[in-house]
Design a protein around this ligand. Structure first.
Ligand SMILES: NC(=O)c1ccc[n+]([C@@H]2O[C@H](COP(=O)([O-])OP(=O)(O)OC[C@H]3O[C@@H](n4cnc5c(N)ncnc54)[C@H](OP(=O)(O)O)[C@@H]3O)[C@@H](O)[C@H]2O)c1
Length: 417
């Protein structure tokens, strides 16, 4: 019979309370929360005072505790807690994607060095079991791509602005009232949160440890009604989607950006706070998972699933990292985008390789074409500052087509003359 674990819990907010509820209302798996560390001494708690502590060492130094569950909202302090726990030989479960994405390399090393397990299913996609699916089911198969909707707040806002024609401000306020969006929604609406999740998924899908600052994240803060009009005229919806894709040179391209999604795509009907993940395998083809990407009970359920896995001695094997499935990460790729701009200065900044559609109107201007991802990354601040909008027109990242030598020579000649 599996051992009944003793849990030391950090954080008793949305997810911490969700875990407490789910654990107490599950029939199968049993574990005891023996101590809960929180921060605010003035808050009323729904559990006995004896369970609460404000001193992290009451948990970290308690030899009775087998598992640390870290569910606080401060990424740096979370890293201090998690790394200290791993060094003390304790297994850890966390939901903190920001902490994980920023410290992935150190946390990977700490698990190996201390022979302990760190599980974090709830950190990417809430209740969607994407990490264990990648670790277990797709542990050998070469993957082509993982894409999807990894952020419930922005999906809620986009659903309301596009389907119900609510303004961005009203949709954001609704998301905050419903508890999907935080008071400071920057991490969600600027695309940082889905980027942290993409970085975590890239490790399990392709074996790469990528630094979040190397990955482009464009959010939905500059979305304008003209962009919605353009999308609606073409029967597209707009979704904020990370794309993590293997290229023919065995490198992997990653970005997070709004994207026009057609009715034929699985993500078209993933609405409101729901998340969806599409995994494309070399042999298995396309798999689609959909579920609640956030919320107290769904996230608590994902954390409980990790705790249960720990009770059976489960560890991530990181096979694709160990076997070096992909050679490296790259931003030297071509993406096909819609670009709404204000002036020629904007067009000179964001240099396109190819243009397939162009519109200059009194109301707004756009072009659709191919651009290097590195160019977008270099100009991210410019795009946001000038309220320009970029949306992917498909989910495919490609390598720059090599021009025939004769063409290159001819171009060189023209430049020299
Ligand atoms: N909410 C979701 O749906 C969701 C989904 C997936 C992942 N996550 C992740 O789960 C984690 C927790 O999110 P949440 O929504 O539950 O946050 P939350 O509702 O804001 O709760 C945060 C909790 O952390 C405690 N805390 C903060 N700093 C602390 C410290 N230094 N020591 C001890 N306790 C501390 C707070 O204590 P007080 O109670 O004293 O203020 C509070 O109980 C985050 O990493 C988040 O990204 C959340």
């Amino acid at each position: 019979m599996a051992k009944k674990l003793k849990i030391g819990l950090f954080g008793f907010g949305c997810v911490g309370q969700g875990l407490h509820y789910v654990l107490n209302n599950s029939t199968g798996f049993k574990a005891d929360i023996v101590k809960i560390a929180v921060k605010d001494k003035t808050k009323e708690r729904s559990v006995s005072k004896d369970l609460i502590t404000f001193d992290k060492y009451e948990i970290l130094n308690n030899p009775e505790i087998d598992v640390i569950v870290e569910l606080i909202d401060d990424a740096e302090e979370a890293f201090n807690i998690v790394s200290e726990a791993l060094k003390k030989g304790k297994h850890v479960v966390t939901a903190n994607k920001k902490m994980l994405a920023i410290h992935l390399e150190e946390l990977y090393e700490l698990q190996i060095k201390n022979n302990v397990s760190l599980l974090y299913e709830a950190s990417a996609g809430g209740s969607i079991p994407i990490i264990r699916t990648l670790e277990e089911y797709f542990d050998n198969e070469e993957l082509e791509k993982v894409s999807g909707i990894f952020n419930g707040t922005t999906n809620y806002i986009l659903t309301k602005t596009i389907n119900e024609k609510l303004s961005y401000a009203v949709a954001l306020k609704q998301a905050q009232e419903k508890g999907f969006a935080e008071t400071d929604p920057t991490n969600d609406v600027e695309g940082y949160d889905p980027k942290f999740k993409a970085v975590i998924i890239a490790l399990h899908a392709f074996g790469l440890i990528i630094k979040p600052e190397e990955v482009l994240n464009l959010g939905i803060t500059t979305l304008h009604e003209n962009d919605i009009k353009y999308a609606s005229e073409k029967d597209y919806k707009i979704k904020l989607t990370p794309v993590i894709q293997r290229l023919p040179n065995d490198k992997v391209g990653v970005l997070v950006a709004p994207r026009f999604v057609k009715e034929t795509n699985q993500l078209f009907n993933v609405e409101n706070e729901f998340n969806g993940v599409i995994v494309e395998g070399k042999f298995s083809g396309e798999q689609f998972l959909q579920g609640k990407g956030a919320g107290s009970y769904p996230t608590g359920a994902a954390v409980l699933s990790d705790i249960s896995a720990l009770s059976h001695g489960y560890k991530y094997e990181y096979k694709k990292h160990v076997q070096k499935h992909a050679s490296n990460f790259t931003n030297d790729v071509i993406v096909n985008v819609y670009f709404r701009y204000n002036s020629l200065i904007d067009l000179n900044k964001i240099e396109f390789d190819e243009i397939s559609e162009k519109y200059n109107g009194g109301d707004y201007n756009y072009i659709v074409g191919k651009v290097n991802l590195q160019t977008l990354l270099n100009n991210r601040d410019y795009i946001l500052k000038n309220k320009l909008f970029i949306s992917l027109v498909n989910d495919t990242i490609s390598l720059k087509a090599k021009k025939a030598e004769a063409t290159v020579n001819k171009e060189k000649q023209l430049i020299n003359n």
